[in-house]
Design a protein around this ligand. Structure first.
Ligand SMILES: C[S@@+](CC[C@H](N)C(=O)[O-])C[C@H]1O[C@@H](n2cnc3c(N)ncnc32)[C@H](O)[C@@H]1O
Length: 301
């Protein structure tokens, strides 16, 4: 399988396979996050650090109770529920996995926010179920790394944003100025295949935001905060991978689960080698179309 032929069904299948591993972590940590934990001086426990990732992004996005939030790539609902509970926001979560959508709905009911959250099947590349100008914030916590065409995903995000709307994302990107070696490229391929990702460069993404009609783009490098969690994952993979191979040989662990473990270890290595970084990006919807287009508010345009 090459990166290009990885479609949304394959991404959904990868997640469905990895859910068995995630469920163990969720039971242990008491949450249903599918994102990296962000450690700082006040959050040094894995479960707290995982909540902290959502806190940091929601603070940067300035989420409040008046916001209609669209969560692209909503996982099992954890970050939608966070914004509904912590900020009273109204949230639509979209995903391309019915299994995850069911988990998200159940999660929202358990947390008492089913009235402020809705979870629907939609591909963030097109957002066909979301009306033009109908949301105030497009939020993506580790979703866009799955996008095979980031300019298209950003155009869809811009279309659904109301005047004064904004985007807030965190994700893994290739660092600006990094020139991945052939060996690094192979590792990137292992990560993309194992986790269903398409890793882009942060400087290219920044430019794509401007082209898609966003302004006031701010990029924060959060890489240091995710290092402890990546170290844990690598250690887990170094134990689980050989055990998994044995279990795989007798049909207990799947190929996808083994690939996922391998990919997690490779993310750690490429972050340590300075090839990949973890970034928080915010931007405002501009009144002009992007690509130097005319103002959308200009009746003559
Ligand atoms: C790393 S998980 C993050 C989930 C969630 N934001 C969280 O923090 O727990 C990425 C999510 O993006 C979803 N996803 C991937 N490609 C997608 C697409 N094209 N459209 C919608 N969701 C997608 C995956 O199914 C998964 O739920």
């Amino acid at each position: 399988m090459t990166t290009q032929d990885l479609d949304t069904e394959e991404v959904a299948d990868i997640y469905d396979e990895l859910l068995a591993t995630y469920r163990v972590e969720w039971a242990y940590r008491g949450h249903r996050s599918l994102h990296l934990a962000y450690y700082d001086d006040d959050h040094d426990d894995p479960a707290e650090a995982s909540m902290n990732t959502m806190r940091v992004l929601s603070e940067a996005a300035d989420v409040d109770g008046t916001d209609r939030v669209l969560n692209i790539g909503c996982g099992a609902g954890e970050d939608s529920i966070w914004n509904a509970r912590a900020h009273d926001a109204t949230v639509i979560g979209v995903n391309i996995s019915e299994t995850q959508l069911d988990l998200a709905r159940e999660n929202a009911r358990e947390h008492g926010v089913a009235d402020r959250t809705e979870f629907r099947y939609d591909d963030f590349q097109t957002l066909e179920t979301v009306a033009d100008g109908s949301v105030d914030l497009v939020w993506g916590l580790e979703a866009l790394a799955h996008s095979p065409d980031k300019p298209q995903a950003l155009a869809a995000a811009r279309r659904v944003l109301d005047d004064g709307g904004r985007v807030a994302f965190t994700d893994l990107f290739v660092r600006a100025g990094a020139t991945p070696s052939t060996a690094d490229r192979e590792q990137i391929g292992t990560i993309e295949e194992g986790l269903g990702l398409r890793l882009g460069a942060i400087d290219g993404f920044e430019a794509a935001l401007a082209d898609a009609g966003f302004e006031n783009v701010e990029v924060r490098d959060l890489t240091d905060g995710i290092r402890p969690g990546l170290e844990d994952r690598k250690q887990f993979a170094s134990v689980a991978h050989p055990v998994g191979r044995l279990l795989g040989a007798v049909g207990i662990a799947s190929e996808a689960q083994l690939d996922g473990l391998e990919a997690s270890a490779r993310v750690h290595d490429l972050v340590e080698d300075g090839v990949l970084g973890y970034y928080l990006i915010t931007a405002d919807r501009s009144t002009s179309d992007g690509d130097g287009g005319d103002s959308v508010d200009d009746p003559a345009s």
